[in-house]
Design a binder for this molecule. Structure first.
Ligand code: NBP
Length: 471
C-alpha cells in the first residue's frame, strides 16, 4: 500500500492521468461509477501495470494508505458532488481530495469550506493539456491549503510537464484560485484560437494562400516570437488531406460552426462581475455564438451586402509580416487582459496570486503553452504588482513597434468586409488603455442630465450636479 494514489473517473482524462501517475512509480487504485469502464481499462491500457480496480467505492477507499490521496476526474458540476458524497462516508480527517475537473471556481470555494469543516483537505486543481498532456505531462494549477499541497506536491510535480527541468505545476493559492486560473487559461485559449483563425481568414481570402502556403507561413512563424503549441498544430492542420474527398484539405470541409463547453463564457462573466475589461475573450465567445447561426448566415449572405472589393495593392511579403506582428501584438493584449483579470480576482478573493509562477505553469503541458510566456514570467518576477503587462519594458517596446501593423491589418479586413472581432478589440483596448482622455466626460454629462447622477471635475475635487435645462 506504500506510495499509492486513488483515481476516480476513467474516461479520457482520468485514464491517462492514472497511466501517467503509474509511470512515475506509484501504485494506483482506480474507481469509476460504471464498473465496465474500470474492467475495460484494466484489460487494455492498464494491463500488467501497478493498478488495482475496484467495483465498490468502499474497497477503493480501503485500498489506499492514510492519509488517502484521491484524484477526482469526473464531469464537473453535479457528478462531482455525487462522487464526493459517495466518498465522504468512507474518508477520515486528513485525507486529501484533488478535484482535477473543469470545475467552476465558486463551486470549489464552497466545497473547500464544506471539506474544511469535515477535516478533509480539498485541492481544486486545474489540469490542462487534453488527452496527450494527461498521459505525458499536463500543466497543473492547484488551489487549496498550503499544508495539503505540500503533501501532494511530489505527486503533482512528478506527473506535470517540465520546461528546462522545472515542473509546470504549482500551488496557486487558497480554495478556488486553481480553478480560476484554469478558467482564465481556457478563456485565453479561446482568444488565441480566434486570433489565429481571423489571421488565417485574411490569408485565405485576401492573400489567397493555398493550404501548403498556409502551412509554410505558420511553420515559419512557429520558429520565432509566435513559437507555441497552437501555431504548431495550426501549421499541421493545413497538411491534412480529406480522405473522403481526395484532393481537398480536411479543414476546408469542416462545418464553420464552433462548439464550446462554457469556460470561455465563465471568464467573461467573471470579468463583468469584477468590472475589468475582458473584451478579447468575450469577443471570442461571441464569435463562436455567431458561427453557430449558420442557417441565418446563409440567408443573410444572400441579401446583405458587403463593401465593393478594393483593389489589392499590397506587397505579399510585407503583408505577411504585418499579419505576424498583428497576431503577436494582439496576443499580448489578450494576455494583458487575462493577467489583469486574475489580478482583480486575486484582490477580490484574497488569493495573493503569483503571476510569474502562473506564467511558468502555462509554459508547458497546456494548450496555450508558448515561448513568450517566459517574457511574461520575467515581467512579473520583476514586479508582481505590475498594473498591466503592456507597461513592462519588453511588452511596451513590442506594442510601440507593432501597433501600426495591427492598424493596417484591421483596416484591410474592414475594407474587405471580413469580420475580425478579436483583432479589432485588441486595437480598441490598446487605444483606450493608452489614452489619457476618453469620451467618458460626455457619458457623465448625459448621466447627470437625465438622472442627476453627478460628475467630478478635472480642475477641482468634489461631486457636482448641473441643472442642464436651465437657460
Ligand atoms: P467527462 O467530463 O465526460 O466525465 C466522465 C466521467 O464522469 C465518467 O467517469 C463518468 O462515470 C463520471 N460521471 C458522470 Br458523467 N456522472 C456521474 C455521477 N453522477 N456520479 C459519478 N460519476 C459520474 O470526462 P473527461 O473528458 O475525461 O473529463 C474529466 C474531467 O476533466 C472533466 O471535469 C473535464 O471538464 C476535465 N477536463 C477535460 C479535459 C479534456 O480535454 N477532455 C481537459 C481538462 C480537464 P461513468 O463512466 O459511470 O459515466
Amino acid at each position: 500500500k506504500e506510495n499509492n494514489v486513488g483515481v476516480v473517473g476513467l474516461t479520457v482524462m482520468g485514464k491517462n492521468l492514472a497511466l501517467n501517475i503509474e509511470k512515475r512509480g506509484y501504485f494506483v487504485s482506480v474507481f469509476n461509477r460504471t464498473y465496465q469502464r474500470t474492467k475495460d481499462f484494466l484489460e487494455n491500457e492498464g494491463q500488467g501495470k501497478n493498478f488495482q480496480g475496484n467495483e465498490q467505492i468502499e474497497s477503493f477507499v480501503a485500498s489506499l494508505a492514510k492519509p488517502r490521496v484521491i484524484l477526482l476526474m469526473v464531469k464537473a458540476g453535479q457528478p462531482t458532488d455525487a462522487t464526493i458524497d459517495a466518498l465522504l462516508p468512507h474518508l477520515e480527517q486528513g485525507d486529501i481530495l484533488i478535484d482535477g475537473g473543469n470545475t467552476f471556481y465558486k463551486d470549489t470555494i464552497e466545497r473547500n469550506e464544506k471539506m474544511n469543516a469535515l477535516g478533509v483537505h480539498f485541492i481544486g486543481t486545474g489540469i490542462s493539456g487534453g488527452e496527450e498532456g494527461a498521459l505525458n505531462g499536463p500543466s497543473i494549477m492547484a488551489g487549496g491549503s498550503a499544508e495539503a499541497y505540500r503533501h501532494v506536491e511530489p505527486l503533482l510535480t512528478a506527473i506535470s510537464a517540465k520546461v528546462d527541468d522545472e515542473p509546470c505545476a504549482a500551488h496557486t493559492g487558497p480554495d478556488g484560485s486553481g480553478h480560476y486560473v484554469k478558467m482564465v487559461h481556457n478563456g485565453i485559449e479561446y482568444s488565441d484560437m480566434q486570433l489565429i483563425s481571423e489571421i488565417y481568414f485574411i490569408m485565405k481570402n485576401i492573400l489567397k494562400l493555398s493550404g501548403s502556403e498556409l502551412h509554410d507561413v505558420f511553420a515559419e512563424w512557429n520558429k520565432g516570437e509566435l513559437d507555441s503549441y497552437l501555431i504548431e498544430i495550426t501549421a499541421d492542420i493545413f497538411t491534412k488531406e480529406d480522405k473522403e474527398v481526395p484532393g481537398t484539405l480536411l479543414v476546408d470541409n469542416i462545418l464553420d460552426t464552433a462548439a464550446q463547453k462554457g469556460t470561455g463564457k465563465w471568464s467573461s462573466q467573471s470579468a463583468l462581475d469584477l468590472g475589468v475589461p475582458q473584451t478579447m475573450i468575450t469577443e471570442s465567445v461571441y464569435a463562436r455564438f455567431i458561427s453557430a447561426l449558420k442557417n441565418q448566415r446563409i440567408k443573410a449572405s444572400k441579401v446583405l451586402n458587403g463593401p465593393e472589393q478594393p483593389e489589392n495593392a499590397f506587397d505579399r511579403e510585407e503583408l505577411l509580416e504585418s499579419l505576424r506582428q498583428a497576431l503577436y501584438f494582439s496576443k499580448i493584449c489578450s494576455y494583458a487582459q487575462g493577467f489583469a483579470q486574475m489580478s482583480a480576482a486575486s484582490e477580490e478573493y484574497n488569493w495573493n496570486l503569483d503571476y510569474g509562477n502562473i506564467a511558468m505553469i502555462f509554459r508547458g503541458g497546456c494548450i496555450i503553452r508558448a515561448q513568450f510566456l517566459q517574457k511574461i514570467k520575467e515581467a512579473y518576477d520583476t514586479d508582481n504588482n505590475l498594473d498591466n503587462l503592456l507597461l513592462d519594458p519588453y511588452f511596451n517596446k513590442i506594442a510601440n513597434e507593432y501597433h501600426p501593423a495591427l492598424r493596417k491589418v484591421v483596416s484591410l479586413a474592414i475594407s474587405h468586409g471580413i469580420a475580425v472581432p478579436t483583432l479589432s478589440s485588441a486595437l480598441a483596448y490598446y487605444d483606450s488603455y493608452r489614452s489619457e482622455r476618453l469620451p467618458a466626460n460626455l457619458l457623465q454629462a448625459q448621466r447627470d442630465y437625465f438622472g442627476a447622477h453627478t460628475y467630478q471635475r478635472l480642475d477641482k475635487e468634489g461631486s457636482f450636479h448641473t441643472e442642464w435645462q436651465e437657460k
